[in-house]
Design a protein around this ligand. Sequence first.
Ligand SMILES: [Zn+2]
Length: 295
Amino acid sequence: MSLDKKPDRPAPIQLDLFAPFEFFHRPTGTQTPPASPPPRPPVTQFKRDRPAPPAPPLADSGRLRLGDQDIDYLVRRNARRRVGLQVDDRGLVVLAPSRVTDRHIHKVLREGAEWVLRKLSQWRARAPVTRDWRSGAHVDFLGEQLVLSIDATEQRPQVLLLDDHRLSIQVANPDDAAAVRGALVHWFRRHALGHFPGRVEHYARALNLRKLPRTFVSNATTRWGSCNSKREIRLNWRLLQAPNPLIDYVVAHEVAHIIEMNHSARFWNLVESLCPGHDSARVQLDAMTRHYMSL
Ligand SMILES: [Zn+2]
């Protein structure tokens, strides 16, 4: 394991608004100016005789430069005693004691840089995430992990969410992976139809839009949402795997395009006014995109 020879100064977490992948379409009908990040809040200087500023909230995702790469990671906090690292189908996950600081996490990542970079290059080289469609496999729904419980039925396929985070899927042949996935996708789309229009209306009202946009559920595998000049908003049913704040960020993003058909600073200010702290949601969504899009 090679140790980073640089002084142990924690790199700032970059909440980069422009991740390697742009999963939003460029709005049609206007020339899209080059995207620019929203202005950063001014840095407040605290004088010594004033009380120290409150500690920033602990991040649940971040980005750190290791070698010549920017590494995105998720943080899962629990009652453990030491920081652990794992690379699973979501990418790099830092398992951290509940109060550990970003500075300490960065130190552990630098110390484990060789392992992290090797595992991530293996992870990237893998074929698209393959999903397991047998009982006991997991599927994300609104940020919670559900366990699949698959049974045979002679009736129509049925999907039921049970109390104990079990998702019961009944199909003619439980070994038919395509049928199991088909039933699950149908269930997701139905929830998407019930969930998205209300969120679109919420943000449209926040912007005092006189005419509500029309909402459609999309099946794109390369983008989370889109908006066109006919005030039609398309949102990917796969988003329902994500926690609500991530879904809301995408909805707010698309609704803001009704007013600003571009990715200008004005656009990002509008998104921030609808969805305060949207940078964090965007970073988390980027980190999870490969996993969510594999459904
Ligand atoms: Zn956009």
